[in-house]
Unconditional design. Structure first.
Length: 319
């Protein structure tokens, strides 16, 4: 059952919302490319690799939307209100159906900072309870990170109101001829990860449960064990689906075995054994062979941090 929460807006920050399509880029480069048609009803913006900066205006993830006969559902609302406005403009050029839902697949800022744009357009915002807790608890930090990354003035970012619908297990959204099943898959990249299944098309928006083409990012807020369990759920229940990952090109699940499942499994097994044997962190990190993944994008930036966090998580699991 969907449970409403009380929406509120953090005070003391200036509103930063521009008209649809307006960009802050010095050269007026578009914030988003044209969305790709993934299936009859599913569409996605496929982002580049690398981190957010002023040049890419924060676009370095995958976003999407699903169109039914009666309504539209958006998968993640982007990193800024400007990005969300451009998403909304794109959607309105392809359908006159109202945007009724936005699904925040996790609590990373690039998944929800555009929520208020869609809320003002009449949409309900869905997220997992654990994700909402982090969205609100880390609001100031997220705003500061955004401003630093995109070279924006301090306190120029308004944190969006929290999602008003909580997904604790599974919810089915009727878009008119299209059922979008939203599933809570536990703690993966972050606690409270959601996937969205376009049932008539056999397409799965997997959020950051899947990475393709770039090294995944392990966070203190997530769970490597839970992430592996979420991946195995996809294997068990959606093996023949087409997947849209959080980062990377869409494809069958096998596309993500190497960059997601195999990397997580190898790193977790290594660090758990090292921690169990009392091996110190630096020795455990030096002993892990991550060369099979060195050709993935962002490897140099993410690999050292991943091994550090993985060891700490293994220690906590043991002790």
């Amino acid at each position: 059952m969907l449970n409403p929460t009380r929406p509120w807006v953090l005070a003391g920050m200036a509103l930063l919302t521009l008209a649809p399509g307006i960009s802050l880029s010095a050269d007026d480069a578009p914030i988003l490319p044209e969305p790709q048609a993934i299936s009859d009803h599913a569409h996605a913006w496929i982002g580049p690799y690398g981190g957010p900066d002023a040049d890419n205006q924060g676009f370095r993830m995958n976003l999407g939307y699903v169109v039914g006969d009666d309504a539209v559902a958006v998968i993640d609302s982007g990193y800024t209100p400007e990005m969300a406005n451009v998403m909304l403009e794109h959607i309105r050029t392809t359908t006159d159906k109202p945007v009724r839902y936005v699904i925040n697949t996790n609590s990373q800022p690039h998944r929800f900072m555009g929520n208020d744009v869609f809320r003002e357009a009449g949409a309900d915002i869905l997220a997992a309870p654990e994700a909402v807790e982090r969205m609100q608890g880390s609001a100031s930090m997220f705003a500061m990170q955004l401003e630093n990354a995109l070279d924006r003035p301090e306190r120029s970012t308004e944190h969006p109101a929290p999602p008003n619908m909580l997904v604790e297990a599974r919810e089915e959204l009727d878009l008119g001829g299209v059922t979008l099943a939203v599933r809570h898959v536990g703690s993966a990249h972050t606690h409270g990860s959601l996937i969205a299944v376009v049932e008539p098309d056999n397409v799965v928006f997997a959020g950051d449960v899947l990475y393709g083409g770039r090294l995944l990012a392990i966070l203190p807020d997530g769970s490597m064990e839970g992430w592996l369990q979420a991946y195995e759920l996809l294997q068990d229940e959606y093996a023949d689906a087409k997947f849209i990952p959080g980062h990377g090109e869409p494809g069958p699940l096998s596309t993500f075995d190497h960059p997601t499942h195999d990397y997580l499994r190898a790193l977790w097994a290594h660090m758990f054994e090292a921690a169990d044997m009392g091996t110190d962190m630096q020795s455990a990190i030096r002993a892990f062979d991550d060369s099979p993944w060195q050709d993935l994008a962002d490897f140099d930036d993410l690999a050292p941090r991943n091994t550090n966090i993985a060891y700490q998580e293994a220690e906590m699991a043991l002790f």
